[in-house]
Design a protein around this ligand. Structure first.
Ligand SMILES: [Zn+2]
Length: 219
């Protein structure tokens, strides 16, 4: 059904790439790989790369791009990636993209598609700040899809359940995240645009519609 199976998902926070990766693995049974998962796995299993990464994390340093790339390429070399993979959140910088390019050539792997999830800043901010919670019971709501029935009040706790927003979901945090993305990761769109395997997916519309286009593009 799919001819493109070695995939990189690229896009700003809030565009939905993680959600679409989770949907896609039901139709295209390949591992969904995020660098966070790789880090946790390598560190937990105390692999040589994991130990190096742990040293960086514990001393408060950024894990160098070379090390992140080595970990990703080592993960792609595992048996379950033989039939494809979805790389989610890597590469994150131009330097990582360059390193990945070289490492893939060395390991004999190719990328079949870079899927770029595209969404305007206003819609991203709206999504990234949509989560609100009840201070009393912790139930989370979504301003866009699942708002409390009475504004500012938890459905279960009533007037005692004050609705608030966590700092992680605040406009300030969302703006910062987009700024970092625009500075560090957005240049990858130009890096891959002329690669011949670049797929742009407009993400300001219904999920089902986007997903149909995603599957079509990977045929
Ligand atoms: Zn509540």
């Amino acid at each position: 059904m799919f001819s493109k199976k070695n995939l990189v998902f690229l896009g700003p926070p809030g565009a939905g790439k993680g959600t679409f990766a989770k949907m896609l693995v039901k139709d295209l049974p390949v591992p969904h790989i995020s660098t966070g998962d790789i880090f946790r796995h390598e560190i937990k299993n105390e692999t040589p790369l994991g130990l190096k990464a742990k040293e960086c994390v514990e001393s408060g340093q950024l894990v160098p791009d070379e090390l992140v790339t080595d970990m990703v390429v080592s993960r792609l070399g595992q048996d379950d990636c033989d039939n494809g993979f979805i790389l989610d959140g890597f590469p994150r910088t131009l330097n990582q993209a360059d390193l990945l390019k070289v490492a893939l050539v060395e390991s004999g792997k190719v990328l079949d598609a870079i899927v770029s999830f595209e969404c305007g800043e206003e819609a991203l901010l709206e999504r990234l700040t949509a989560r609100i919670m009840c201070r009393k019971c912790g139930t989370s709501y979504n301003k866009l899809f699942a708002a409390p029935k009475v504004e500012g009040q938890c459905d279960d706790c009533g007037p005692e359940g004050e609705i608030y927003q966590r700092k992680d979901d605040s406009l300030e945090t969302a703006t910062d995240r987009l700024k970092v993305y625009n500075e560090q990761t957005a240049p990858l769109v130009d890096f891959y645009k002329d690669s011949g395997f670049f797929i742009a997916l407009a993400c300001e519309r219904g999920m089902d519609e986007i997903y149909v286009d995603l599957k079509d593009a990977l045929k």
